[in-house]
Design a protein around this ligand. Structure first.
Ligand code: C5P
Length: 408
C-alpha cells in the first residue's frame, strides 16, 4: 500500500504570521492523511492562532515554551524532534528564517530546529510574508543561507496578501504544502522520465451553446500527474474541460475537443518517455458545427444530426515509431461496465499498448476512489479499492518497475 503519509510523524512549527489560519487546515489534512502531528508554536504565532485550536486538530498537547514542565527531563527541544520524520515550519516568518540563519535558541521552536539531528530529521520551511519583506535582500540572503545549512524551502505563492498588496510571499495553500510534503517523502522512481498524460472528458461542440461530453471528472488523470511528479518525473498534463486545480510542478495544457487533444498530444509527445491516456475521449463528434445556435422553431421537428468518429489518440501514439522502438512506454485506460478482464485484455491488444488499466466506469466517474486491474503481457494484477491518490501512486510504482525491468 503506497499511502505516503500513513505512519509519518511530523512536527508542525508555527511562527508569527496571519497565514497561521492556513496551518489549522494543513494540520487537519495531515491527520486525515494518516500522519501524527506535534504542533509547536512561537509566542508570536499564538497572537494569530490559539494552541487550543491546534491541540483539537492535532489531538496532541501543543508546546509553546522551552520551560514546559510536562517533559520529565524538561527538554522538549530534544524530546519533540527525535522521532519526527520531518519538521515543517508553516508559516515560516522572515524573522524566523533570520533566527534559523543565526542559530538562535532563546525560544522553543528555533531551539528545537537547532537541536534536531540533521541527517535524520529534515527541516522544511513554508515562508509567509509581505511581498516587500520577501523581496528584501536580507530575506533572500537568509533564504540562501538557510538552504545552504540544509533546510528545504517549499517556495511561496503569488497573489493578494492580507496587507492589501499583491505579489510573492503568500504561504502556499495547505493542499500545495501537502503535495510538496508527499513529494519529499516519495522515492524518485521516475527521475529522468518525462510523462505526458491526458485527462478528463472532451467536449464536442454542436453549436455555440451546446455540445456532447461525458461524466469523466479527470480526477484519476490528475492524481497520476501528481503522483508522477512526486516520483521525480517531468509531467505535462493535457486536460479536457474539468474543474480541478493543476497539481504543483505540472505543466498543464487545456483543450476542449478530441481533435484539440490529439493536436496537443502530437506536438508534445516527442519529448515524452511515458504516455498515459486516462482521458475519456468522445467516440463521435457532430459532423457539422453550426456557427449559430440551432433554434427550436415550434413545429415539433427535431434537427437531423450526423456524427463522425473521433481520432483514437492513444492508438495513434502507440503505433508511432517512438512507441514501437521502445522509446515511449504507453499506458491505456479502459472504463467498462462488466467483464472487465475480458474487455480490457482485448483493448490492450487492439490498441497495442504494453499496459492497460481497467476500471468499472459507472462506479468511478466523479468519485474520489476507484479499483484498478492492470493487464500486461505477464497477466493481470488487481489494485484493490482505495483513493485515487493512493492508486495513482501504486500505478506509478508499477510503471517504474516495468521500466526498470526493461533497462539492460
Ligand atoms: O476505446 P476506448 O475509448 O474504450 O479506449 C480507452 C483508452 O483509449 C483510454 O486510454 C483513452 O484515453 C484512449 N482513447 C483515446 N482516444 C480516443 C478514444 C480513447 O486516446 N478517441
Amino acid at each position: 500500500m503506497n499511502d505516503v503519509f500513513a505512519g509519518k510523524h511530523l512536527v508542525l512549527g508555527l511562527s508569527g504570521g496571519v497565514a497561521c489560519y492556513k496551518s489549522a487546515m494543513l494540520c487537519r489534512l495531515l491527520v486525515q492523511a494518516g500522519a501524527t502531528v506535534q504542533v509547536v508554536m512561537t509566542e508570536a504565532a499564538e497572537q494569530f492562532m490559539t494552541a487550543v485550536t491546534m491541540q483539537a486538530l492535532s489531538g496532541r498537547a501543543v508546546y509553546t515554551s522551552q520551560w514546559d514542565v510536562r517533559e520529565p527531563n524538561n527538554m522538549p527541544h530534544i524530546n519533540l524532534s527525535r522521532d519526527a520524520d520531518a519538521i515543517l515550519i508553516a508559516p515560516c516568518s522572515a524573522d524566523f528564517i533570520a533566527r534559523l540563519v543565526q542559530g538562535r535558541s532563546d525560544e522553543l521552536l528555533s531551539l528545537m530546529c537547532l537541536a534536531r539531528p540533521m541527517e535524520s530529521v529534515p527541516l522544511l520551511l513554508a515562508p509567509a510574508m509581505n511581498r516587500e519583506m520577501w523581496a528584501h535582500p536580507a530575506t533572500q540572503r537568509n533564504l540562501a543561507q538557510v538552504q545552504a545549512d540544509g533546510a528545504q524551502v517549499l517556495g511561496v505563492g503569488n497573489g493578494s496578501q492580507a496587507c492589501g498588496e499583491t505579489g510573492d510571499g503568500r504561504m502556499l495553500e495547505p493542499e500545495e504544502i501537502m503535495e510538496e510534503l508527499a513529494a519529499h517523502f516519495t522515492a524518485k522512481s521516475l527521475q529522468g522520465q518525462h510523462l505526458l498524460v491526458t485527462a478528463g472528458p472532451t467536449f464536442e461542440a454542436i453549436d455555440p451553446v451546446r455540445g456532447i461530453t461525458n461524466l469523466s471528472s479527470g480526477k484519476m488523470g490528475f492524481a497520476i500527474a501528481r503522483a508522477a511528479r512526486e516520483a521525480g518525473a517531468q509531467v505535462t498534463l493535457v486536460a479536457g474541460p474539468v474543474h480541478l486545480p493543476t497539481p504543483r510542478g505540472v505543466t498543464r495544457v487545456d483543450v476542449q475537443s478530441a481533435r484539440q487533444m490529439q493536436t496537443a498530444v502530437q506536438s508534445l509527445v516527442a519529448g515524452a518517455s511515458i504516455f498515459i491516456a486516462t482521458a475519456a475521449v468522445a467516440d463521435w463528434r457532430p459532423a457539422e458545427f453550426s456557427d449559430q445556435k440551432i433554434k427550436k422553431d415550434g413545429s415539433g421537428d427535431v434537427p437531423a444530426m450526423d456524427f463522425v468518429e473521433n481520432p483514437d489518440i492513444l492508438a495513434g501514439v502507440a503505433q508511432s515509431d517512438q512507441a514501437r522502438s521502445g522509446k515511449l512506454y504507453c499506458v491505456g485506460f479502459a472504463a467498462e461496465s462488466h467483464d472487465l478482464l475480458k474487455h480490457a485484455s482485448a483493448k490492450r491488444l487492439r490498441k497495442s499498448v504494453p499496459l492497460l488499466v481497467g476500471n468499472i466506469g459507472p462506479a468511478t466517474f466523479g468519485k474520489d476512489d476507484n479499483a484498478l486491474l492492470l493487464i500486461d503481457d505477464q497477466g493481470s494484477k488487481e489494485l484493490p479499492h482505495a483513493s485515487k491518490d493512493v492508486l495513482a501512486r501504486q500505478l506509478v510504482d508499477e510503471i517504474a518497475q516495468r521500466l526498470s525491468a526493461k533497462r539492460p
